[in-house]
Write a protein that binds this ligand. Structure first.
Ligand code: NAD
Ligand code: UFG
Length: 338
């Protein structure tokens, strides 16, 4: 049993990961400022697991509170989800993004160092591969960034690699997520974007439920089978189980980067069709210009995760859409209406 401090644990991926960790017998302590989440998510995780969760409302920029929380929770490991994640917003608010993501992570690392904790799992992203030079994307693909959000992940990865060089006893697992979608099979927790969603699946779900009128498909002239962008969508519960595996093997001095994806790419049209089947609703859409900064195709080589973590994704596009729809249908306003 490990005692794990989960920063950003009330968020989309964090809440699903807490379910898997708690079901496996680990103890979690959530640290979240609720800037992009709701405490209701924590209540729902308690309902799913039947266990109480300790949590504190706090900012990762607050080193004093972090250190006190690490001591009070008696944790031995940290999973660090907290951060800002919108690519478009990061272009408009670079200072906010670098401060929350980079300075926030540095503050956490200082707090961990002062408390003698050196086991960390960090949420990185496939965005660090930039425009793919080859596919599928292996972990040794060259790294680059095209926006402040992606750059913040790259900078943090570099900081973590440097820490491991200077203090080789640290155990750091950098997980590079592909496109997380779906929701817990209970329909009690899921993604609850504030305002108009930026990402495809939550947008499609809100069209299906009638909150939004139609989907805009960004580009139908890519070099893909149907001309629309192709991505490696991964069920959030599979992703959460990847964290459980990472936690179970963490401890040996190391710093590794591991893709968490399925290895399979689906186009925007594939997603629309799968979601239509899951929801039995129409999804009106129209084609528009490509979205700035988008790439044609992106999918993972997930072999290393199998080799190192003994993990592979089990759920396909059908389960992703079914579970995302169940969450949307049961919670049409997200956590806004209980
Ligand atoms: P999310 O916004 O749902 O969760 C992030 C959580 O962190 C939220 O609960 C938010 O309130 C909290 N938070 C933000 N800033 C904070 C701060 N300064 N102090 C304390 N708490 C803070 O996002 P998510 O989708 O669950 O993503 C989790 C992590 O995974 C992020 O680091 C994100 O960049 C990364 N990631 C997400 C995706 C994706 O598509 N969802 C893809 C790749 C990587
Ligand atoms: N798309 C549309 N219409 C929309 C939204 C998206 O056609 O309204 C298309 C995009 O053009 C793209 C595909 O759907 O072809 C997927 O777009 P998302 O915005 O859902 O996902 P991205 O691959 O652009 O980016 C996401 C996260 C990034 C992360 C990346 C890899 O937003 O932060 O996955 O993990 F870095």
């Amino acid at each position: 049993m490990k005692r794990i401090l989960v920063t950003g644990g009330a968020g989309y991926i964090g809440s699903h990961t807490c379910v898997e960790l708690m079901n496996a017998g680990h103890e979690v302590f959530i640290y979240d400022n609720f800037s992009n989440s709701s405490p209701i998510a924590i209540e729902r995780v308690e309902k799913i697991t039947g266990k109480a969760i300790r949590f504190i409302q706090g900012d990762i920029l607050d080193q004093y509170l972090l250190e006190n929380t690490i001591k009070a929770s008696n944790c031995d490991t940290v999973i660090h989800f907290a951060g800002l994640k919108s690519v478009g917003e990061s272009v408009k608010q670079p200072i906010n993004y670098y401060e929350n993501n980079v300075v926030g992570t540095l503050t956490l690392l200082k707090a961990m160092t002062n408390c003698n904790i050196n086991k960390l799992v960090f949420s990185s992203s496939a965005t660090v591969y930039g425009n793919p030079k080859f596919l599928p994307l292996t972990e040794d693909h060259p790294l680059s960034a095209t926006n402040p959000y992606g750059n913040s992940k790259l900078i943090i990865e570099d900081i973590l690699r440097d820490i491991h060089i200077s203090s080789p006893d640290w155990s750091i697992t950098i997980l590079r997520y592909f496109n997380p979608v779906g929701a817990h099979s209970s329909g009690l927790i899921g993604e609850d974007p504030r305002g108009i969603p930026n990402n495809l699946m939550p947008y499609v779900a809100q069209v299906a439920i009638g909150r939004l009128a139609e989907l805009t498909v960004f580009g139908n002239d890519y070099d893909t089978a149907d001309g629309t962008g192709v991505r490696d969508y991964i069920h959030v519960s599979d992703l959460a189980k990847g964290h459980l595996k990472a936690i179970e093997q963490i401890g040996m001095p190391q710093c590794s980067e591991i893709n968490l994806g399925t290895g399979v790419g689906y186009s925007v049209i594939d997603v629309i069709n799968a979601f239509k089947r899951a929801s039995n609703r129409d999804i009106p859409f129209r084609f528009a210009e490509r979205r700035n900064g988008d790439i044609a195709t992106c999918f993972a080589d997930p072999k290393l995760a199998k080799e190192i973590l003994g993990w592979e994704a089990e759920l396909g596009i059908k389960e992703m859409c079914n579970d995302h729809w169940a969450w949307q249908h049961k919670n049409p306003e997200g956590y806004g209406v209980v």
